[in-house]
Design a protein around this ligand. Structure first.
Ligand code: GRF
Length: 195
């Protein structure tokens, strides 16, 4: 299977996916693309010999559809079977997402369905939750709402702030996403609970 990974920043999740695919794996990375030409993950992917692309969203202003048309054009050049959103910070419209139905994954730093959207860690702490975590799900038109493919949990500690909790969750993201992609690329969509 051919995998394209979309990033917006450092790409730590992208790196773990790429590293895992370097071994015996049903998938291989064919493109790492970002909406931000300055994303550090682009250079990290290029250093690993992976095709990269930047489709800057800024020239398109509020014309989301025009940006997505440019992104789609570049994506289909690489003919991916699977698209992984990994720290990709643009909301994708329903028509775009529908075009990748069943083939687009995302990792979200909360135990969905709790805390869709942003500032997930601060909200979990403010709510007094005992635990937090991350979720890999299929991307659908509703934000952070598609079928769940995997989750990993961490405790919230009394002296946690959003930063310390984010760091603890990120460690689990780096375990969960590769495990889920490996299964998904092999055709398995049974939800995975990492312990
Ligand atoms: C992190 O906040 C992570 O929780 C979320 O996207 C952000 C950046 O991730 N998935 P990455 O290091 O760019 O993969």
């Amino acid at each position: 299977k051919r995998v394209a990974i979309l990033i917006s920043g450092g790409g730590s999740n992208m790196l773990r996916l790429v590293e895992d695919m370097a071994g015996d794996h049903p998938a291989r990375p064919v493109l790492v693309a970002s909406n931000d030409p300055t994303a550090a993950g682009l250079r990290r992917a290029a250093d690993l010999g992976i095709e990269t692309a930047a489709v800057d969203h800024r020239p398109f202003g509020k014309d989301r559809a025009a940006f997505e048309a440019a992104l789609q054009a570049r994506l289909i050049q690489s003919a991916p079977d699977i698209v992984c959103l990994a720290g990709f910070m643009r909301i994708l419209t329903a028509p775009f997402v529908d075009g990748w139905r069943g083939r687009m994954l995302n990792i979200h730093p909360s135990l969905l369905p709790k805390y869709r959207g942003l500032n997930t860690h601060g909200r979990a702490i403010a709510a007094g939750d005992a635990e937090a975590g991350c979720t890999v799900h299929e991307v659908t038109a509703e934000l952070d709402d598609g079928p769940i493919l995997g989750q990993a949990r961490v405790p919230i500690l009394p002296d946690d702030d959003a930063e310390t909790l984010a760091a603890r969750v990120l460690v689990q993201e780096h375990r969960l996403y590769p495990a889920v992609l490996r299964r998904f690329a092999a055709g398995c969509t049974d939800p995975l609970t990492l312990t």
